[in-house]
Ligand binder design. Structure first.
Ligand SMILES: CC(C)(COP(=O)(O)OP(=O)(O)OC[C@H]1O[C@@H](n2cnc3c(N)ncnc32)[C@H](O)[C@@H]1OP(=O)(O)O)[C@@H](O)C(=O)NCCC(=O)NCCS
Length: 207
């Protein structure tokens, strides 16, 4: 089954406050989910969540959403699936050691911010696919990058070029597909155990 992850840009007013920003992000994520359901041929309704927020399967469909300032995402599949989006920006330097090991940074080509977000989104998408929380990131291990994976910078990465990685989590390998949005400001990762083709859909907010 082809996967159709949908990304929607979120317009924010400069004076938007965190609570209204979060409400808007969540709305856009649901809009992305509806668009993804259409593309996937999945039902319009029935997307419910467990008490803690983890998505519950909708019949034969698993799903995942993610939202951050400026971008929302959704994906639907017939096997457990996770998606994560993050804004690429400098964070605290000590986060490198929290998120990855020396071996993982070496595999990625060094401790750069694009590499940081690549690893972070890969691990977070994996824990979400397993309906777990962020604490489980420590149990995820990057074990492989695809052959075409050049040292990664947003400007060198065309959105259509497939870039995959493998994350090992609790004896299972998860294939990670990465995607950079069209303005190079955000990175998305989806985690799946399938070898399905992935067709990313980037939409601006008026589409
Ligand atoms: C789940 C989690 C990793 C999401 O990461 P995030 O960067 O904060 O947020 P994202 O935008 O990527 O994803 C948010 C969406 O993930 C989904 N979600 C929430 N909990 C989830 C879980 N346990 N697994 C998968 N998806 C989850 C929700 O749909 C949520 O969106 P919503 O609040 O609008 O419904 C993080 O919130 C977390 O660790 N929460 C703690 C949950 C926990 O420990 N649960 C115990 C289960 S073992």
């Amino acid at each position: 089954m082809t996967l159709y992850p949908v990304l929607i840009e979120i317009p924010h007013a400069p004076d938007e406050k965190p609570p209204e920003r979060m409400i808007k992000q969540r709305e856009y994520a649901r809009r992305a989910l509806r668009n993804c359901a259409k593309l996937t041929g999945a039902p319009e309704d029935g997307w419910t969540q467990a008490e803690g927020g983890a998505p519950l399967p909708n019949g034969e469909y698993f799903w995942s959403i993610s939202h951050t300032r400026g971008l929302a995402a959704a994906v639907i599949a017939k096997t457990p699936i996770g998606i994560d989006v993050e804004r690429i920006k400098e964070r605290r330097q000590d986060l490198f050691d929290e998120i990855g090991t020396e071996g993982e940074w070496q595999l990625l080509g060094g401790k750069t911010w694009p590499n940081f977000f690549k690893l972070w989104t890969a691990k977070e998408a994996t824990v979400k696919a397993n309906s777990k929380g962020i604490a489980h990131i420590a149990d995820c291990k990057l074990i492989q990058l695809s052959q075409d994976n050049e040292p990664f910078t947003p400007s060198s990465l065309q959105p259509t070029v497939p870039k995959t990685a493998t994350i090992l989590y609790q004896t299972k390998n998860w294939t990670i597909h990465h995607h950079i949005n069209r303005t190079d400001t955000h990175i998305a990762a989806l985690a799946t155990t399938e070898t399905s083709p992935v067709c990313w859909n980037s939409q601006n907010s008026v589409e």
